[in-house]
Design a protein around this ligand. Structure first.
Ligand SMILES: NC(=O)c1ccc[n+]([C@@H]2O[C@H](COP(=O)([O-])OP(=O)(O)OC[C@H]3O[C@@H](n4cnc5c(N)ncnc54)[C@H](OP(=O)(O)O)[C@@H]3O)[C@@H](O)[C@H]2O)c1
Length: 222
């Protein structure tokens, strides 16, 4: 069975990704910001990873070794900033860029050889439609939008640079989902969103790379 490594499994979508792939018999590496949140499932291998703590990437790389990773899911992220211009919280803006953008890039750099050594050779970056510049008609959310637009830019470059190694990169928007980040009003739960995203990813061939898509498979504007 294939192997998947997922970040941000403490809650929400990351947790649902780990549980669903484990249920389907995949070999799962789930990473957590806090190992106290470990999923109670002994089919899953658990590891600590705060994506802003670079030393933890080295420790995780040592733990995983040269094991092939068929699917690398960069899911860890922090949610919407709400400050308006004039009262922005720049510490939060910077943290958002560190987690949502720099952390995702560091994850891929750390495990790219493991992915290239696998059979499936897929990288999924959980992004957001809020990162679309073209469909931004409501403004605000400076940090979050910039972090996800930046992530999309990173994903596109990764897709080009990794094409010769047969590695495909997909930027996927999970929909509006009722998690810690999405809030309780969201119309979809984490299990529904993840089932749909997994289906979209499973249906894509490796020639389809560098795409920005929604959980239901629709292409999204940059
Ligand atoms: N829910 C939505 O409607 C929605 C929409 C568009 C995009 N997204 C994206 O979906 C992804 C998952 O979010 P979610 O909705 O599942 O929200 P969530 O429940 O808040 O999950 C985010 C996860 O990322 C973890 N995380 C935060 N900072 C981290 C760090 N420095 N290192 C490692 N992990 C860290 C969180 O851990 P802690 O619990 O310890 O903070 C949490 O487990 C995010 O990238 C988010 O931007 C969600």
């Amino acid at each position: 069975m294939p192997t998947v490594l997922i970040t941000g499994c403490d809650t929400g979508l990351g947790r649902a990704f780990a549980q669903q792939y484990a249920r389907d018999g995949w070999n799962v590496w789930a990473t957590y910001r806090d190992l106290a949140n470990t999923i109670a499932d002994d089919r899953i291998r658990h590891a600590a990873l705060d994506v802003t703590a670079f030393a933890q990437f080295d420790a995780l790389r040592a733990q995983v070794g040269a094991e092939p990773i068929d699917l690398l899911v960069s899911n860890a992220g922090i949610g919407l900033d709400v400050g308006t211009l004039g009262e922005l919280n720049f510490d939060y803006v910077q943290r958002m860029l560190s987690v949502n953008l720099v952390g995702a890039l560091k994850l891929v750099e750390t495990f790219v050889d493991n992915v290239a050594a696998s059979q499936l050779r897929r990288i999924v970056l959980v992004t957001s439609r809020m990162g679309s510049i073209e469909s931004n008609l409501s403004g605000g959310h400076y940090g979050y939008r910039a972090s996800k637009a930046g992530l999309n830019a990173v994903g596109r470059s990764l897709a080009i640079d990794l094409y010769p190694r047969g590695v495909a990169v997909t930027m996927i928007h999970p929909g509006w989902v009722s998690t810690q980040g999405g809030g309780p009003q969201a119309p979809m739960d984490a299990d529904q969103s993840v089932a749909s995203m997994r289906d979209v990813v499973a249906r894509m061939g490796n020639h389809e790379t560098g795409n920005f898509v929604s959980y239901d498979g629709r292409s999204l504007p940059w």
